[in-house]
Design a protein around this ligand. Structure first.
Ligand SMILES: [Zn+2]
Length: 45
């Protein structure tokens, strides 16, 4: 289980996420503003 940093391209919110949360965000979008995101929004913390 790795932790990566998610930065939303829509609302600029930064959130630390694990693999499970990352998969969910890729599927449903940003948890804050629901903007669709791709792999580019994640980087290793
Ligand atoms: Zn957002």
């Amino acid at each position: 289980m790795t932790t990566v940093e998610f930065t939303c391209p829509g609302c600029r919110q930064t959130i630390e996420v694990n693999d499970e949360m990352r998969a969910t965000i890729l599927e449903v979008g940003c948890p804050v503003c629901t903007t669709a995101v791709d792999e580019d929004a994640f980087e290793s913390a």
